[in-house]
Design a protein around this ligand. Structure first.
Ligand code: ZN
Length: 277
């Protein structure tokens, strides 16, 4: 079991082998012989180690790569490339490490008075010795939602081709939460803004830390109420209603909650088809 912590419970206790998530400045992860390295010390020159926690008592570290003298067995892979190349649990841990290091890098100075910050002794926080401002790792919550309706020939789902996708690729709608807004309000607002569609029955699906660079994706399903699709052209190239047997290119399962939402809907839509519901 993994228990997050920022300091070893007993610094006097004999050192035990740790697992090392070492990143370069471009957030690429170090692998040795294709695996996340394990050892008492990092296998390369690494600086600024942060203890992420203890996994069954074994320390798990995140650290920054210093210099470029890598052993022959070393490879650097992006977080996206690492998905599937290392065990899923380690991929999630790599995302945790990348976010902690990004926060460390971006909060070296107090955002209020400019003084050099210090690491808090017992919390994952940085403190300003001058004005006492505390800075915690940044999380940017975003909602992602799959809107469903009953079409003339069965269940349909609202999918959009976002401008940020490299090619013609569709997914669930998504957007960042505004200050002062509930998650449910955000779902309704984002669907309205991006497609002109009104929804209700906003239902929690699940969540996923998304370390690109520090999002927290919170997934929902929602039901169509009214409206015709009018896309927000700055964000969306194309959007439409699709039945389960005629989907455009979409994520299916895999590394993102978008894929999990679509996979879940496909299961339910196929079931409705076979039962005639
Ligand atoms: Zn300050």
């Amino acid at each position: 079991m993994f228990v997050p912590c920022v300091t070893l419970p007993d610094p006097e206790a004999p050192a035990i082998e740790g697992q090392w998530f070492v990143f370069d400045r471009r957030q690429n992860l170090l692998l040795i012989d294709g695996a996340v390295p394990v050892g008492l010390e990092s296998p390369v020159a690494a600086s600024n180690p942060h203890l992420l926690g203890l996994d069954d008592g074994r320390p798990v570290w995140a650290a920054s790569l210093d210099g470029r003298d890598l052993p022959d067995e070393a490879t650097m892979v992006s977080l996206r490339e690492a998905f599937g190349a290392i065990p899923d649990g380690e991929w999630v841990m790599a995302g945790r490490g990348a976010q902690v290091l990004a926060w460390d890098r971006d909060h070296q100075f107090c955002g209020r008075c400019g003084e050099t910050t210090e690491n808090h002794a017992t919390d994952r926080a940085k403190t300003c010795p001058k004005c006492r401002l505390m800075s915690f790792p940044r999380l940017s919550p975003a909602v992602i939602m799959l809107v469903e309706r009953d079409g003339e020939d069965g269940p349909e789902v609202l999918l959009a081709w976002g401008r940020q996708f490299p090619g013609r690729f569709f997914s669930a709608l998504a957007g960042f939460v505004e200050p002062g807004e509930s998650l449910e309000e955000c779902v309704v607002r984002e669907v309205r803004e991006e497609t002109g569609i009104e929804v209700d029955q906003v239902t929690y699906f699940g969540s996923q830390p998304w370390p690109f660079p520090h999002s927290m994706m919170i997934g929902f399903t929602a039901r169509y109420v009214s409206g015709e699709i009018v896309i927000q052209e700055e964000e969306i190239v194309e959007a439409g209603w699709y039945p389960h047997d005629a989907l455009p290119p979409v994520p299916r399962g895999g590394m993102s909650i978008a894929g999990w939402l679509i996979e879940d809907w496909l299961r339910r839509a196929a079931l409705a088809d076979t039962t005639g519901a």
